[in-house]
Design a protein around this ligand. Structure first.
Ligand code: GLY
Length: 372
């Protein structure tokens, strides 16, 4: 047996402890959170053209007035910008403008901005600090926390990337004040998802208060965002690299990703995941895990958001199953899914795994109950 002569023992330092601030007017109070995080004076704000005009340009001007040297970089909004081209463009601009290891990146935008900025920060001079300032409900509740960074390739979404954690996440709720209702729901689905996997009390709270939450009752909406983020942070802290526990965040996503792909990404992520939750909850029920009463509550919360089986009818069962077969989380040709044992609890196999292998037949059976 070959024995290593030397082992590299990195100290278990708390490199990944980072604060998440949630509240109003956080951008105005930037000195409180920014000063302790920036090693030098150079800040690179990466954003998209819409967020740039709405918020990022103003914020850059404020920082410049206080003596920071700000490079503001933007690109067209949308998933197409998570590309090799934009990745190279951002890095080259940073080099051209003499950014160095002490420069700080700020991802100012939604999931696309957060993902590519995180990956740029991970690669620039082997890694520099970055902050997430999410501007959509979806990026606040899900993508800005947890350090999944990526760009897309012609072979699929998020296939090139790194786990690279930000040094802070700033969730200024003023930024989502003007979000249209469908975009708020797009993010809320991820909160409902994590409550389904981990917190029945908050699932019930959300079900009871859904009208007020969707109407942006500040206290109730913030309470839901805060709890969802707290639960996600806890999962990420326990399993950063998605070896097991972090898989629970994929609840609803096996079918959700298939639907998103079949819609050619025209259906928003949260809405596709909501349909995924509906089908996967039905599979949990058909598998004898989730009881009928709880299945009905899941159907009810989605119906209140006008997400029902009628939206599934645009798709063919065989296409959905075929699309789940090419999910990047599959292993050895098996389809993996997160099944619910009850609201607030994910089913675990005898070896403690949260992702369960699913036979295509049961997916067909569940889809047939929705008329597909
Ligand atoms: N969006 C799922 C995760 O961060 O793992």
């Amino acid at each position: 047996m070959l024995k290593p002569q030397i082992s590299v023992e990195l100290p278990a330092k708390n490199a990944y402890n980072y604060p998440i601030y949630i509240g109003q007017n956080l951008l105005d109070e930037y000195t409180d959170w920014l000063s302790p995080l920036i090693p030098g004076k150079k800040i690179v704000i990466i954003t998209d053209e819409v967020v740039c005009k709405l918020h990022a340009r103003n914020f850059a001007a404020i920082l410049e007035k206080s003596g920071y040297d700000v490079l503001l970089l933007s690109f067209a909004p949308g998933e197409e910008s998570k590309s090799y081209d934009k990745f190279v463009y951002l890095l080259d601009e940073m080099l051209k403008h003499k950014c160095d290891r002490h420069s700080l990146c700020i991802a100012f935008g939604g999931g696309v901005v957060g993902d590519i900025t995180g990956f740029v920060a991970a690669c620039f001079m082997r890694g520099i600090k970055y902050i997430q300032i999410p501007t959509t409900a979806l990026s606040m509740i899900d993508s800005s926390v947890g350090g999944k960074t990526a760009i897309n390739s012609e072979h699929g979404k998020n296939l090139i990337g790194a786990f690279y954690q930000p040094v802070a996440v700033i969730m200024d709720t003023n930024l989502i004040d003007s979000l249209p209702k469908d975009q708020l729901i797009n993010g809320l689905i991820e909160a409902i998802k994590i409550f389904l996997t981990s917190d029945s009390e908050y699932f019930n709270y959300t079900l009871t208060n859904l009208g007020d939450i969707v109407s942006k009752d500040y206290t109730k909406l913030t309470k839901v965002i805060q709890r969802a983020v707290e639960l996600k942070a806890d999962v990420v802290a326990k399993d950063e690299k998605e070896e097991n526990l972090r898989m629970i965040l994929n609840c609803g996503h096996t079918i959700g990703h298939a639907i998103e792909k079949l819609s050619e990404y025209k259906m928003a992520h949260g809405y596709a995941v909501a349909l995924g939750i509906l089908v996967e909850a039905k599979i949990s029920f058909l598998s004898g895990l989730l009881n009928h009463e709880q299945y009905v509550l899941i159907e009810q919360i989605l119906t209140k958001l006008d997400i029902t089986a009628k939206h599934l009818k645009h798709f063919k069962a065989s296409d959905i199953v075929a699309a789940t077969l090419i999910d990047k989380k599959n292993k050895a040709g098996n389809i993996y899914m997160i099944l619910l044992a009850s609201i607030g609890k994910v089913s675990q196999s005898h070896d403690g795994k949260f992702a369960t292998i699913i036979a295509p037949d049961i997916i067909f059976q569940a889809l047939s109950t929705f008329g597909l």
